[in-house]
Design a protein around this ligand. Structure first.
Ligand SMILES: Cc1cc2nc3c(=O)[nH]c(=O)nc-3n(C[C@H](O)[C@H](O)[C@H](O)COP(=O)(O)O)c2cc1C
Length: 189
């Protein structure tokens, strides 16, 4: 069972990326969590239907579709920017939602977590992301996991300081794995 961990933040010291690194450590036996390189989001062109030509999409788009499509499930961690998801993450999801019937996100089992430095733990961004992913064709499972005051939850090396959060990540990964349809297997099979 391979879960891809996608951070909505591009910055090197990201709390959301650190949260996903903590998920790698919290993974139950038999579940492998792999961090998606944030450059895979930064390098994408803005979605343009004129560029979305079968067999001839930009390299960065082909790579994104291949890597997201190959995962058994995806765990997204999103910051909140002005009350919603970062534009780069939304753009990546738009690319991954096409071509509609064979898109990487079609029937993909996904879960959403999020961290912000404020008091609400990116709750609005998580709610929007769940909605966007559902409309894009993914199966959103598990509860929201808001990490508030994220700057207090990690040490200087990015290590998680909060044992309860470690446990919640472990449980969420278990749910995500249990609900997922392995890549390459039809959901109807
Ligand atoms: C442009 C911008 C807008 C932001 N808007 C919000 C917001 O609406 N709500 C919130 O809780 N935090 C907001 N923040 C704070 C971010 O949640 C915080 O910087 C967070 O740590 C970013 O995630 P990262 O550490 O993974 O990069 C904003 C930050 C930026 C740079």
């Amino acid at each position: 069972m391979r879960i891809l961990a996608v951070s909505g933040s591009l910055r090197a010291g990201s709390h959301n990326t650190n949260l996903l690194r903590a998920a790698i450590d919290a993974a139950p036996q038999g579940i492998e969590v792999e961090l998606f390189d944030p450059a895979g989001i930064a390098d994408l062109p803005l979605y343009d239907q004129d560029l979305d030509v079968a067999g001839d999409v930009p390299r960065s788009v082909a790579r994104l579709r291949e890597e997201w499509g190959a995962a058994d499930a995806i765990l997204f961690a999103t910051p909140e920017f002005n009350g919603s998801v970062p534009g780069g993450l939304k753009n990546a999801i738009d690319w991954a939602s096409r071509p509609r019937l064979e898109a990487p996100l079609t029937n993909k089992t996904v879960a959403v977590i999020g961290a912000s430095t404020g008091q609400f733990g990116a709750m609005w961004a998580q709610a929007d992301l769940r909605k966007i992913l559902g409309i894009a064709g993914a199966r959103v499972v598990g509860d929201e996991l808001p990490v508030t005051r994220a700057h207090e939850k990690f040490d200087a090396e990015g290590g998680l300081l909060d044992g309860e959060l470690h446990e919640r990540l472990r449980l969420l990964l278990g749910t995500l794995a249990a609900e997922s349809v392995p890549a390459g297997v039809s959901a109807a099979a």
